[in-house]
Design a protein around this ligand. Structure first.
Ligand code: SAM
Length: 330
């Protein structure tokens, strides 16, 4: 049962201004409650771009798809919804376009990473240390491995590695040790609250507790949903699916995600001019995108006040360069 607002879209005005510039196929790879998609569709209509346009909405979570379909029902002829992982973005685009007799080249792609407010706020999804629920954290509820499976089956070393790399948690080893000790003494850890209690007993000082809880829960969520692996794949395949001058916008919420987005975009934007001093007239390999935002955009103070989720958001946007054009000089 959905209570309150499903999800407030972040940096929506900035996304619309940078992404929606002509009629075409737009892909929202992280549909959620459909807030960004609704803004994209509204803009297409207001600008007179709706005819010939299509919005493909992808989410791996059934609840999100249901909510977005309801919210966007007025736009039914301009939308296609797909339940799936955005790691399969290229094949999803190919499939939808071939069903509709369209060329599989898209004008805009949006990825608004992570989880929705609805997922975080729903206790039985098990994403939050603030709400007692089963240790689940799967965005795709058909996925085989939950956070509980990881917490109760990984050994101490594996858990410590996970909290260190995906949570950047300095006390990763002692938390892993405490989890394994609790398992041995009391049996499996079943709920978010049981796990949070073990972490609380291991955080140094009261003000560190919240940070440590956030980091450990973040690490488990990333592992359960393979978030970093699928992101890399979606960025690469998404860029390949863009038409000339098509754009991709990505909002990330923590440094691990943003580092991947920044690195993939920088690699794809770079031309290779060979060794210094050779003086080639053409690069050996051309960059295939340009960076529309050299530095990530962040929310305005007004948005940060109104929507706490926007405080950690970073938006990066790129544009596909037509083959044969080269914007970057040496
Ligand atoms: C931050 S919310 C998006 C909110 C949305 N922009 C809105 O305005 O309502 C992220 C959504 O993306 C989905 N998601 C995250 N990773 C995904 C992936 N790899 N494949 C498909 N959906 C994903 C989540 O299930 C969640 O519904």
């Amino acid at each position: 049962m959905i209570q309150g607002k499903f999800h407030e879209p972040v940096l929506a005005a900035e996304i619309i201004a940078l992404l929606v510039r002509k009629p075409g196929i737009y892909v929202d790879g992280t549909l959620g409650g459909g807030g960004h998609s609704q803004a994209i569709l509204r803009e297409l209509f207001e600008k007179g771009y709706a005819e010939g346009s299509l919005l493909i909405g992808i989410d791996q979570d059934d609840d999100a798809l249901r909510e977005a379909q309801k919210r966007l029902s007025d736009y039914a002829t301009y939308t296609s919804f797909v339940r799936g992982n955005f790691s399969g973005i290229a094949s999803i685009i190919n499939q939808v376009c071939s069903q509709k007799g369209l060329q599989p080249k898209v004008s805009g792609i949006l990825l608004d990473l992570g989880v929705s407010s609805f997922q975080i706020d729903t206790a039985e999804r098990g994403f939050s240390y603030l709400r007692e629920g089963p240790l689940d954290m799967r965005m795709d509820r058909d996925a085989v491995r939950s956070a509980g499976d990881i917490v109760n089956t990984c050994d101490e070393k594996e858990l410590a590695r996970l909290f260190y790399w995906y949570g950047e948690e300095p006390r990763s080893r002692s938390i892993a040790r405490a989890i394994v000790a609790s398992r041995q003494k009391n049996g499996p850890i079943r709920t978010t609250e049981e796990l949070a209690d073990i972490i609380r007993g291991n955080a140094l000082g009261r003000d560190k507790v919240i940070k440590t809880l956030s980091k450990v829960f973040q690490a488990l969520r990333i592992e359960v949903n393979s978030e970093l692996e699928v992101l890399r794949q979606a960025l690469n395949d998404g860029i390949d699916s863009l038409e000339d001058h098509g754009r991709m916008a990505v909002i990330s919420y923590h440094s691990l995600e943003d580092r991947i987005v920044k690195t993939v975009f920088a690699e794809k934007a770079k031309s290779d001019w060979g060794p210094k001093g050779v003086g080639l007239r053409e690069p050996i390999k051309r960059g295939i995108i340009s960076l529309v935002t050299r530095k990530p955009l962040i929310a305005t103070p007004e948005e940060r006040d109104a929507n706490s989720r926007s405080r950690s958001a970073k938006l990066r946007v790129i544009e596909k360069i037509p083959t044969g054009e080269c914007v970057e000089s040496r």
